[in-house]
Design a protein around this ligand. Structure first.
Ligand SMILES: Nc1ncnc2c1ncn2[C@@H]1O[C@H](COP(=O)(O)OP(=O)(O)OP(=O)(O)O)[C@@H](O)[C@H]1O
Ligand SMILES: [Mg+2]
Length: 217
């Protein structure tokens, strides 16, 4: 049995904040470095695991595409994640929105993880939804970091949102821009980081480097 994997939980209370997008991108970055990576998909919509099935198909046509398992699991059986963590070097966990509906699972998973990433956009709705969640993670002593995603760095609203959230939560020094390349390649089980010079790919690579420092990889 391998030693325990570095575990990255990607969670936010707000829907549509790039949880699945970042789960896919980070997994691809890890696999590209030869790490034995597995994904876990706790979202009943199975965005991450369906994307992984498409990736398996693409690999049949383009063998250079990295491939790794993404396991769909029910939040009611969240402890099953421990078995996956025992078997791999790095585990990326994607979660559904509205975590407040299953507080036990989310706190349990957050405690299991080496790091919790909380993706957020920069609208007032994004910030006000995620603020109580970030405060509860802080109160519970969970290592968590905000990642701004799907944002336009040039806007005043982004700068204000970052300033506001940095008063009580740690914000990673990278923003994932809103960009077509960040979603158009998903169809074939790919990501921006699989595509040379795709917009957003350098930002995702920077995010991956920051994560590696935080989890001692
Ligand atoms: N940086 C980006 N630029 C452009 N589109 C993006 C970006 N990040 C995510 N998207 C798109 O925004 C939508 C929401 O992203 P995603 O599915 O990753 O969010 P989520 O937090 O997993 O959503 P849910 O809460 O429904 O699971 C998707 O259609 C995705 O392709
Ligand atoms: Mg999702």
């Amino acid at each position: 049995m391998a030693s325990e994997a570095k575990t990255i939980l990607i969670a936010s209370v707000k829907g549509g904040t790039s949880k699945s997008t970042l789960s896919r991108c980070i997994s691809v970055c890890a696999a590209r470095e030869g790490l034995d990576v597995a994904g876990i998909d706790f979202d009943p919509q199975q965005t991450f695991s369906k994307w992984s099935s498409a990736r398996h198909e693409t690999k049949k046509v383009i063998p250079s595409v990295s491939d790794f398992p993404v396991i769909a699991m029910s939040l009611n059986k969240w402890r099953g994640a421990e078995d996956v963590v025992d078997e791999h070097e790095i585990v990326i966990i994607d979660t559904p929105p509205a975590l407040e509906n299953n507080a036990d699972a989310f706190l349990g998973l957050a405690e299991m993880a080496d790091i919790v990433l909380v993706p957020t956009g920069s609208t007032h709705d994004d910030i006000s939804s995620n603020t109580p969640y970030l405060l509860s993670l802080k109160k519970a002593g969970i290592r968590s970091f905000v990642v701004f995603s799907r944002v336009n760095r040039q806007t005043k609203s982004f700068r204000q949102a970052r300033q506001q959230i940095a008063k009580f939560a740690r914000v990673l020094p990278v923003e994932i821009p809103v960009a077509e390349d960040m979603h158009v390649h998903n169809d074939g089980g790919l990501t921006a980081v699989d595509i040379k010079d795709a917009r957003g790919s350098k930002d995702v690579e920077l995010l991956w480097d920051l994560i590696k420092h935080e989890v001692d990889l």
